[in-house]
Structure formats: C-alpha cells, structure tokens
Design a protein around this ligand. Structure first.
Ligand SMILES: Nc1ncnc2c1ncn2[C@@H]1O[C@H](COP(=O)(O)OP(=O)(O)OP(=O)(O)O)[C@@H](O)[C@H]1O
Ligand SMILES: [Mg+2]
Length: 221
C-alpha cells in the first residue's frame, strides 16, 4: 500500500523534517504514527497524499510515485485516499450534507445519487439526523465523526488521519477510534497520527514512532 525508501523532506526554510525513512505499510494495516510535537507526523501524512513532494528518496502510495507524479496523477491518487485533517476543516458555510458529499461532488456525482450515499455514511457515524445542520451546531466529537464520514464516502482503500482524536474527551475519542477500526476491519488501511497513546490499550495496532524526523521503531502494541 505504502513504500518508503530513504525518504527525505527538507522545507524551504532549510528545516529537515524527515530524514532517510525506510518503511513498508502493507494493505489492511492499522498504523499509529506517534512522536513528539515537531517529529514529522503531519509532514509524512501530507506527503502521502501528494500535498508535499519528497526532497529525495522514494515514496510510493498505491503504486503512485509521489516525487515524479504529475498534477493529474496526484489528483487521481487523492480520489483514492480519505483524508482527515488536523483540526477537521469542515466548511462552516456548508451543510453537513454538502461537507460530506464534497469528495464525490469533485468526482461529478449529482445530488440524486449523492443523497442516499451521504445518508448511509452518516448513519455509519450515527449522525444521520444532522444532514441539514451546519458544522458550528455540532460538538467537537460530532464534527470529527462528520470528518470521518467525509473521508470514507468514496470508499477509499486508504484513510490518513491527522490527530482525529485531538481535543476530544476519552469516551468520545474511543468512539471515533471505534469507527476507524471498523473501517479497518472492512479492509481499509488506516494511518493515524496521534498523541493519545492510552488509546492503544483498547485499540491495538502497528506503532510507527518518529523522533526528530527519523524512525524509532515499528512494533506491535
Ligand atoms: N511549511 C513548513 N515550513 C517549514 N518548516 C515546517 C513546515 N511545516 C512544518 N515544519 C517543521 O517541520 C517539523 C515537522 O513538523 P510536523 O508538522 O510534521 O510535526 P508533527 O509531528 O505533525 O507535530 P505536531 O504533533 O505538533 O502536529 C517541525 O519542526 C516544523 O516546525
Ligand atoms: Mg501534526
């Protein structure tokens, strides 16, 4: 699913955010990406959906080579990845329906096809009654569940989540994680950056630890 060799990222400021990563992530894995603030977690996730190009080395995601990919190839890759951003990024001026429908709108789906599909994923995250609400009328945990619904709507084989449980209380965080785990059980590869290490006890997965841009360990929790 994901292959890295000697992967390096240096920002224009000269900051080396990732240096020489070697790792393979098999299809169907559930991976926790951990490490201190500034370790390079968001940088790595961003590269995986082509938001950043590696400075050197190789990164292959679902057979797309990120460094050499054309804009068109990156756009096409993104249609096969569900992304949950750090701080969810729902559009405040759009209804939940429009927020969740977005990835399929981009692919040209019309409202008639969209409605049943959006209802289905909202039911999965337990928020089908909020279809016509606006994001600001939802709690933080509910907004994170909407972000999951949006990420899963096109049935992507890979979901990248950047601190999806940040700022949530323990119970709500576990609920969000339950949802990601059930997607994983259905075959979706999930890669999630987090600081919430206590979640690992109830929701085990593969742990990938970064420290100052380098890989520390890959072990089963
Ligand atoms: N656009 C940028 N330009 C220059 N340096 C950057 C940029 N984005 C991030 N960095 C630097 O790269 C390093 C890695 O940042 P990154 O956001 O990947 O960390 P992180 O592990 O996600 O941290 P956090 O847990 O706080 O979200 C940090 O030192 C950061 O300051
Ligand atoms: Mg981050």
């Amino acid at each position: 699913m994901i292959h890295m060799s000697n992967l390096m990222m240096r920002y224009q400021t000269g900051k080396v955010a990732l240096s020489g990563l070697n790792m393979d992530i098999p299809q169907g894995s559930f991976v926790y990406l951990i490490g201190e603030s500034g370790a390079g977690k968001s940088t790595l996730l961003k590269m995986m959906y082509g938001g950043l190009r590696p400075t050197s080395g190789q990164l292959k995601v679902q057979d797309t080579t990120i460094r050499g990919a054309t804009e068109g190839q990156v756009r096409e890759l993104r249609q096969r990845i569900g992304i949950i951003f750090q701080g969810n990024r729902l559009l405040a001026s759009r209804t939940i329906f429009e927020n969740v429908a977005m990835p399929l709108r981009v692919q040209g789906w019309d409202a008639v096809r969209l409605l049943p599909r959006v209802k289905k994923v909202l039911a999965f995250v337990g928020l089908e009654d909020r279809l016509w609400s606006y994001p600001e009328t939802l709690s933080g945990g509910e907004q994170q569940r909407i972000a999951i619904a949006r990420a899963m709507i096109s049935n992507p084989p890979l979901i990248l989540a950047d601190e999806p449980t940040g700022n949530l209380d323990d119970d709500t965080a576990r609920h969000v994680l339950d949802l990601l785990m059930s997607l994983n059980k259905l075959g979706t590869t999930v890669l999630m950056a987090t600081h919430d290490l206590h979640l690992l006890t109830s929701h085990p997965g593969l742990v990938v630890q970064l420290h100052q841009g380098s890989l520390v360990t890959g072990k089963k929790a």
